[in-house]
Design a protein around this ligand. Structure first.
Ligand code: GDP
Length: 304
């Protein structure tokens, strides 16, 4: 019987909200594993940005948690008071299926109350996560906080967690899952984490270099990502094109840098399409002898 009840797919949008520093990003990372950057190859289902996707279970009982950014609530917060009347934050929250409201397990602060005021009243889809339970001297200290919380809002569930120690996260997910609507997964396994995005970016660069240089480089070329710095609006990458010999450098660079510029231009376009935001790509040609044998180099290339 129970099996039958579970044999249904659920999919929905989840927003993690809370005042700054309560551990929202830590929690998101703990839930989706490595930070999932962007899934821009997929059509965006909402105007919110997808921060990460977690798919659990096996078909047909797959559950897909799509964590989205809710502008005005998720980040910043310094201007939270100013945003109390922020309609777009409210509208964004009204669009998600589940809201995970994070507070510190030590208790409510005025910043938490400000966030609570932004939440739609009397919605049955808000789960309170009381985070950082690992910092409580006695676990029972949470009992009065639970009681206090229950009196403040009809939360669907109250779940003490430790995002950092990854404690009680299954319980949290189970509570979220109960609130997700039935539906087939929207994202099918093609999720890019920071790590494999880097790898893909390096691959794209290597592929362009290979295409433009062809047989000119007898020992081939490797690419290493030296810097990867991402903001909401752009991605900055510093990449090294590794050649075996000093004499190979001018081949890659080309007359007045034309070859290297063209490699960079083509790779940048593809990486932009991959990440869905403007990319600043800086490329340097470096001589690294024997990079093929160099374990560290391989590791930085993502081959570990
Ligand atoms: P955000 O501003 O809400 O996204 O908060 P962050 O995720 O950046 O976390 C703020 C600080 O709290 C960081 O120093 C985290 O390492 C820390 N933190 C987050 N979760 C936990 C937890 O469960 N236990 C402890 N001890 N620290 C945590």
């Amino acid at each position: 019987m129970q099996e039958q009840v579970r044999a249904v797919a659920r999919t929905g949008l989840v927003a993690i909200v809370g005042r700054p520093n309560v551990g929202k990003s830590t929690l998101l990372n703990a839930l989706v594993g490595e930070r999932v950057s962007i899934t821009s190859r997929k059509p965006q289902t909402t105007r919110e940005r997808v921060l990460g996707v977690l798919t659990r279970g096996t078909r047909p009982a797959t559950t897909q948690f799509i964590f989205v950014d809710t502008p005005g609530l998720q980040r910043g917060g310094r201007s939270l008071l100013a945003q109390r009347m922020n309609r777009s934050a409210r509208a964004a929250l009204a669009e998600v299926d589940v809201v995970v409201f994070v507070i510190d397990a030590h208790g409510w602060r005025s910043g938490d109350e400000a966030v609570l005021e932004l939440l739609p009243s009397d919605r049955p889809n808000i789960v309170l996560a009381l985070n950082k339970t690992d910092t409580l001297s006695h676990y029972e200290d949470i009992l009065p906080v639970l009681q206090d919380s229950a009196g403040r809002y009809p939360f669907a569930a109250l779940v003490p967690v430790s995002a950092e120690r990854k404690r009680q996260l299954d319980e949290l997910l189970a509570e979220i899952e109960k609130l997700l609507p039935e539906g087939e997964p929207l994202f099918d396994g093609e999720q890019y984490t920071d790590r494999n995005l880097r790898f893909l970016a390096a691959e794209l660069l290597r592929e362009k270099a290979f295409r433009l240089l062809g047989d000119e480089l007898p020992y081939g070329i490797a690419v290493t990502i030296e810097r990867w710095s991402e903001t909401d609006s752009q991605l900055e990458i510093v990449a090294g094109l590794l050649v075996e010999r000093e004499s190979h450098k001018p081949i890659v660079i080309g007359a007045q840098g034309a070859k290297l510029r063209e490699i960079g231009r083509l790779a940048r376009a593809d990486i932009e399409a991959l990440v869905g935001k403007p990319v600043r790509l800086e490329t340097w040609v470096r001589v690294r002898r024997g990079w093929t044998d160099d374990a560290r180099a391989l590791k930085s290339l993502g081959y570990d």
